[in-house]
Design a protein around this ligand. Structure first.
Ligand SMILES: [Fe+2]
Length: 287
């Protein structure tokens, strides 16, 4: 048995151990039956942490199979032993592949020409990056999700969030990105619920950035830099002002996050304040 096969064998054994532990059965074969029972009873098979390990492992094996590196049981085909980690690294890279920003901008411009939509995309990108930084998360990923969240809206308003996966696949967006983007239309044009913190923040801030931008334009400074939460609250309550920005969606977003509405308003003003100059500069470049 060479190093590579041993390594994959070890991964399989670890996977099996987790499954057996969850099932409380040590005998081979019995857990298959139990899995079915649990599925039928709608019970959770693995803890969240274990699910992560299992799903990543399964994806890895699937991808290696697609790449012709393993057979369908995950048995590695004739690899030189010191290449194993390279291959695993590359395969993980494939699975977690993310488009770069230039590709994302190209895609955005391909399907969006209106200045308002481009500005909104750049604004939400910057806001998402601000929140990613605040949460110690992946700024690049959160930013790309923000940048492309409405990619299908200008050309396919009737199919918003439905057409997006197809367009996003043009640049090889991964499942996480597609889910995050489509879940921002939850309850309106999508059945996908925002699950992760990032998805909830996108849901909560999307409409709100529109409201803040409209409110900023009414100010003598035309800017968010001197905007107070109290004045934004007044605009929020005034239903006639920027009527297209759904107050219910914003409130629902704050609830999802477990934040007070004023907390959401304040944080989003701060995010937009920080982003304002950059967005202006990028608008010049993108045209
Ligand atoms: Fe949006």
């Amino acid at each position: 048995m060479n190093h590579v096969t041993r390594e994959l064998d070890r991964i399989h054994q670890e996977g099996e151990k987790i499954m057996k532990r969850r099932m409380g059965k040590e005998k081979n074969g019995e857990w298959n039956k139990l899995i079915l029972e649990r599925i039928n009873q709608n019970e959770r098979l693995f803890s969240k942490e274990e699910s992560k390990v299992m799903s990543h492992h399964n994806k890895l094996i699937q991808k290696m199979y697609i790449l012709g590196l393993t057979d369908n049981l995950g048995i590695t085909k004739c690899l030189e032993k010191n290449k194993f980690h390279d291959i695993i690294g590359k395969t993980k890279g494939e699975i977690n592949k993310m488009p770069n920003r230039e590709q994302a901008i190209e895609l955005l411009k391909k399907y969006n020409q209106e200045e308002f939509h481009l500005r909104h995309a750049l604004t939400v990108e910057a806001v998402m990056k601000y929140f990613a930084k605040e949460n110690g998360e992946d700024e690049e990923f959160w930013g790309l999700v923000g940048l492309l969240h409405d990619v299908d809206f200008e050309k396919y308003p009737e199919k918003h969030c439905q057409k997006a996966p197809e367009l996003l696949q043009e640049i090889g967006a991964n499942e996480d990105m597609i889910h995050a983007i489509c879940s921002h239309g939850y309850g309106i044009c999508s059945n996908l619920k925002p699950e992760k913190q990032m998805e909830k923040i996108l849901f909560a801030t999307d409409e709100l950035t529109g409201l803040i931008w409209a409110a900023a334009k009414m100010r003598p400074s035309q800017s968010t830099k001197d905007m107070e939460v109290s004045s934004l609250k007044k605009k929020f309550k005034d239903k006639k002002f920027a009527a297209g920005c759904s107050r219910d969606t914003i409130k629902q977003g704050a609830e999802m996050l477990g934040w007070e509405l004023s907390e959401l308003l304040e944080k989003t003003i701060l995010a937009m304040r920080e982003a304002e100059d950059l967005v202006e500069k990028e608008m010049e470049e993108i045209k």
